[in-house]
Design a protein around this ligand. Structure first.
Ligand SMILES: [Zn+2]
Length: 400
């Protein structure tokens, strides 16, 4: 069944290549269809977000696997996700190779695909300058999930957006379809508002820590309590939590189905996913429409860092960013005494990242929120909730 789906994805892609002759559409996307059934031991890749590009058995209980990107060149974000089964419970050694990258994501393991924990320190070894990791895994008849991060797949976003759309004041819209025909969902408040904030996430599929922060952030703003209610009485919300459903589905390292880094496409707009969002945002420029106040784009990197616009390019609410982040730091330090918010201001009109395009076109604070890959999940939760609360408080005081 899943193989048929992948084949039909291939056909769609081939068709798209025939129809569109732009360089983006002709990118070579590497979509391996692997069988890793070794009899006693099975490495299963038949699920959403799975990725390995090769697998072989080298000894009875020793396996060698690799992950490679969808196409190159690409930033290093070597995603992997597989399930391991063994007929009889046994210790399995898996060597994971990164032929075109280095190790980045600490393995997370799970027995149900929902509750995850980092692999125990003694079960992980870094080899060959980070080009290989060696994992010791306890396999058995029940699935052992192994992945670079918790798996947050398209079904999660379907359920997340569907559930929030049950709120009276939220609608879920399908903005349009990805290159491969998957819905790109947007949550939208239905109460009339003169000002809007826009949140997007998952331009880069493996960046789960940013995705976790975004879900906590969104849930905080949509709560039924005085601050959030007061905020939503003044501000509308457009929330696109999953910009790259094809990349999420296929376990891509970074790009979309066109082999393009979506966060380098805000300017060229060669890809359907970025165009969908651009068209929504451009409506704020039409006469009589509400105005955009703030744009946040959630990502992950090796630490928590906020890429902020320079003050010069921020004509509207130039004081927002510094004040917001200093409030966030003060409150984080009440919980984590040493926590420091790192803000890196920058603006480069040549760089087609979302935040630069927004800065240029709208002159509002546009911030890339980067969460550390291994930031403790409880800390991500605190940071997201505090950031949401301080954003609401500050916008209400600055603009009303
Ligand atoms: Zn990113």
């Amino acid at each position: 069944m899943w193989r048929n789906k992948r084949i039909s994805n291939w056909l769609t892609l081939c068709l798209a290549m025939l129809i569109v002759s732009s360089p983006a559409a002709s990118a070579q996307i590497d979509q391996p269809v692997l069988s890793c059934d070794f009899g006693d031991v099975v490495i299963d890749l038949s699920f959403s977000s799975a990725r390995l590009n090769s697998c072989k058995q080298t000894e009875d209980t020793v396996f060698s696997v690799s992950t490679a990107p969808e196409n190159v060149p690409i930033n290093p974000s070597p995603w992997y996700a597989f399930k391991l089964y063994a007929e009889t419970p046994q210790d399995i050694t898996v060597y994971l190779h990164y032929p075109v990258s280095r190790h980045r994501y600490l393995p997370k393991i799970s027995s149900d695909g929902v509750n995850w924990q980092p692999i125990a320190e003694q079960d992980l070894q870094l080899l060959f300058d980070g080009k290989t990791i060696k994992m010791r895994l306890q396999a058995g008849p029940e699935a052992l999930w192994v992945a670079g991060q918790e798996i947050v797949d398209n079904r999660f976003y379907d359920e997340f957006t569907n559930e929030l759309a049950n709120l009276d004041f939220i609608d879920r819209e399908t903005l349009g379809l990805s290159a491969d025909g998957r819905p790109v969902y947007m949550l939208k408040t239905t109460t009339p508002a003169e000002r809007y904030i826009v949140l997007i996430g998952r331009q880069h599929p493996p960046e789960i820590s940013g995705a976790l922060a975004m879900t906590h952030f969104v849930e905080r703003i949509l709560r039924d309590e005085p601050l959030a209610n007061a905020f939503r009485a003044q501000y509308g919300l457009l929330i696109t939590p999953n910009m790259n459903p094809d990349g999420v589905e296929h376990g891509f390292w970074r790009h979309n189905m066109g082999g393009i880094d979506l966060n380098r496409d805000w300017g060229p707009f060669t890809q359907p996913e970025t165009r969908l969002m651009r068209d929504q945002l451009n409506r704020f420029l039409e006469p009589g429409m509400p105005r955009l106040s703030l744009f946040l784009d959630f990502h992950s990197t090796n630490r928590d860092v906020f890429y902020t616009p320079t003050r010069e390019v921020t004509q509207h609410l130039p004081e927002f960013t510094d004040r917001w982040l200093s409030q966030v730091q003060a409150r984080m330090q009440q919980i984590y005494a040493d926590y420091e918010v790192e803000a890196v201001p920058g603006y480069n009109a040549e760089s087609a990242v979302a935040k630069n395009w927004i800065s240029q076109v709208f002159g509002v604070p546009a911030i890339t929120v980067e969460i550390g890959d291994e930031t403790p999940r409880a800390m991500i939760h605190s940071l997201a909730v505090i950031a949401a609360e301080e954003m609401m408080t500050l916008l209400l005081s600055l603009e009303n």
